[in-house]
Design a protein. Structure first.
Length: 277
């Protein structure tokens, strides 16, 4: 598929009900838009093959069905998936196709591997939008397990509290909402956030804009993405589009903070224009 076809495909995914979204397919479509062409169905088939291989390696005829710990062991020990500790911010870590090829990634892309295999093996696996480090939850209460997909380590609630303090500082307090199951669209928003941050640092404005546009497709009600879009237009030197974006936000938004940001950007642009002239 070319870029236009990939964007059209993503638009169709964004229109789906949250539970109908196949995360691995959506993540591969995201990856394909900013990479040389690759065969998305082939990578989806790779997940099918991994699930088949798991069923051949592990005995599923136990009283509780397939063992959760066996799947975690299969992913991290048998197949060698794990976190890229040497180069955490390597772009490949955020592309699901490259994670499948290299067996290394960051928490959220490795979580997608857990979720994709869980869905094929009828094991309940869900993402957790933990601050700063995506996690996965296996099973249902009261027997649920929280797993760090970066390391494959099973975490207790105190472990999660310790992890939060490492990420957010010694005064951070673990809150119940930090361990809630993430919706599929929120997971894709976070995948795009990671890519957007890398592209922004690289000053790759077209690719940054591509991420923001897809986030808007997923959550059009999240107007903060429009502020970001306006900022990208400014960076690209497209001041008329930036001005239009901020003006529309001022007129249409009910969020006072966002309106204030848009107003500040418009004033700054006017000031810069006055300086130039």
């Amino acid at each position: 598929m070319n870029k236009a076809e990939l964007r059209q495909k993503f638009e169709s995914i964004a229109c789906l009900q949250d539970n109908d979204i196949k995360l691995e397919e959506a993540a591969l479509v995201i990856a394909a838009e900013t990479q040389p062409s690759f065969d998305i169905p082939a990578f989806i088939k790779h997940f099918d093959e991994l699930a088949d291989r798991f069923e051949h390696v592990y005995d599923k005829n136990t009283a509780l069905g397939i063992s959760i710990s066996s799947l975690i062991d299969f992913i991290h020990s048998e197949e060698g998936f794990g976190g890229n500790e040497k180069d955490y911010y390597d772009l490949d870590n955020s592309y699901l196709n490259r994670v499948l090829e290299t067996r290394t990634g960051i928490p959220i892309t490795l979580a997608l591997v857990h979720i994709a295999l869980g869905s094929r093996l009828n094991i309940p696996v869900a993402g957790i939008n933990f601050p700063g480090h995506f996690l996965v939850k296996y099973g249902d209460k009261p027997n649920e397990l929280i797993v760090d997909p970066f390391s494959g380590r099973i975490l207790s609630e105190p472990d999660c509290g310790t992890l939060l303090k490492q990420l957010a500082g010694p005064n951070a307090v673990l809150k119940p909402q930090y361990l809630e199951i993430a919706r599929n669209k929120d997971i894709l928003i976070r995948v795009l956030d990671n890519l957007k941050k890398i592209f922004w640092q690289e000053k790759s404005w077209d690719r940054s804009k591509s991420c923001i546009e897809r986030q808007i497709l997923l959550k059009p009600e999240h107007e903060e993405f429009l502020i970001q879009l306006g900022a990208v237009y400014e960076m690209q030197g497209n001041l008329p589009l930036a001005q239009l974006t901020y003006t529309n936000l001022l007129q249409d938004s009910s969020d006072a903070n966002l309106k204030q940001l848009a107003s500040k950007r418009l004033l700054a642009m006017q000031g810069n224009s006055a300086t130039v002239h």
